[in-house]
Design a protein around this ligand. Structure first.
Ligand SMILES: NC(=O)C1=CN([C@@H]2O[C@H](COP(=O)(O)OP(=O)(O)OC[C@H]3O[C@@H](n4cnc5c(N)ncnc54)[C@H](OP(=O)(O)O)[C@@H]3O)[C@@H](O)[C@H]2O)C=CC1
Ligand SMILES: Nc1nc(=O)c2c([nH]1)NC[C@@H]1CN(c3ccc(C(=O)N[C@@H](CCC(=O)O)C(=O)O)cc3)C=[N+]21
Length: 305
């Protein structure tokens, strides 16, 4: 079998167009232009790419995208003050603190990431990383959905791939991807109804025994590991749906770099029924859902003002 290619780039463009139309209507009805501020500390090359893609996508959707660049020498207290300032700025609707924060930041001792993320006003928390938004998601009444898992849910929905009653294996248990992904697909009623919910979910991680065997039994395999091409063809069951969240920069053998996922694409596509490429899969969807959340934030704040 050769797998169907799940075109994240195309679906993301579709979602961006929908958001753009909703932004237009919101502004026409007297709402403020939605504004997203990305806080970028230090010079991490991958973070630069991400933030650049984000600001380009904002522009296309009629959202104001600002990037606040701070040096790695910024201190913890300074960064907390920056976030507090954005919380209080009425022209800002969404705040995103780009991760990872530089390990040598805060005068060399590193940042306390958690306390910075905890400072973000939950109403402006378009990443859905704050404890309030994580809690609301756990309880099945989310305000913001985390962008990467939500992008995957949108992709499954729009490709008419039901996970109800199926065995989903999520590899990775990070707060950004793995944990919320597992939770969303296991909900009784998801953001796209009962079809992209009601899965039987297994969460795998670095201490999981017999990972290959577990993966082979998955109807839907979602890899969010950060290890280049670690999911080989023999870890994919016949006809499985494979979602590759990994974004890994590896040497291309010609002195440059290329992006690869956590899945060995060439091997897996021979076994799967559908598969996401890297690049052009989950990444663009993450950004589309960030725009969606920024509009939601602007609507929420505007309605309460
Ligand atoms: N496409 C997109 O939009 C996005 C892509 N990403 C990408 O997704 C990947 C994962 O990101 P993130 O969740 O933040 O990563 P983290 O490093 O926070 O989490 C990785 C998870 O994978 C597990 N893991 C690591 N090695 C293995 C292994 N050999 N076998 C099984 N499990 C393993 C870890 O286990 P343990 O908990 O035991 O350490 C951990 O739970 C990265 O490549 C990242 O760049 C991330 C965000 C968005
Ligand atoms: N506060 C915060 N929120 C995040 O959502 C967040 C973060 N920090 N830190 C890093 C991860 C990673 N992430 C990506 C999103 C899009 C692409 C993306 O657009 N990828 C393109 C390729 C980009 C390229 O060409 O390099 C693609 O896959 O086609 C990649 C990675 C968001 N993250």
């Amino acid at each position: 079998m050769t797998a169907k290619l799940l075109d994240g780039k195309r679906i993301a463009a579709e979602i961006r167009d929908e958001v753009a139309e909703q932004v237009r209507q919101f502004v026409q009805a007297g709402g403020p232009t939605p504004c997203l501020v990305a806080v970028l500390v230090g010079e991490d090359p991958a973070s630069q790419v991400y933030v650049r893609n984000k600001s380009r996508a904002c522009e296309k959707s009629g959202i104001e995208g600002r990037t606040m660049r701070l040096p790695a020498s910024t201190t913890q207290d300074e960064l907390v003050d920056v976030v507090r300032g954005l919380n209080q700025d009425d022209s800002v609707h969404g705040i995103l603190v780009q991760l990872p924060l530089p390990a040598d930041g805060n005068g060399g001792s590193g940042f306390d990431e958690r306390s910075i993320l905890d400072t973000v006003d939950p109403r402006k928390d378009v990443d859905a990383f704050s404890p309030v938004n994580v809690g609301l998601l756990m309880q099945g009444r989310p305000r913001f959905l985390p962008c990467t898992p939500h992008g995957i849910v949108q992709m499954l929905h729009r490709e008419k791939i039901s996970v109800a009653g199926k065995h989903v294996v999520v590899i990775g248990r990070s707060d950004i991807v793995g944990k919320p992904m597992a939770m969303m697909l296991a909900q009784r009623d998801g953001s796209c109804g009962r079809d992209v919910a009601n899965a039987t979910v297994t969460i795998a991680h670095s201490r999981t025994a017999n990972l290959a065997q577990l993966c082979r039994g998955a109807d839907v395999l979602i890899a969010a590991v950060g290890v280049p091409e670690m999911i080989s063809g023999d870890m994919v069951g016949d006809g499985a749906v494979v979602i590759d969240v990994g974004i890994n920069r590896v040497e291309d053998g010609q002195g440059g770099y290329k992006l690869v996922g956590d899945v060995n694409f060439e091997q897996a596509r021979g076994k799967a029924s559908a598969i996401t490429p890297v690049p052009g899969g989950v990444g663009p969807l993450t950004i589309a859902m960030l725009l969606h959340n920024t509009l939601l934030a602007a609507k929420g704040i505007h309605a309460k003002a």
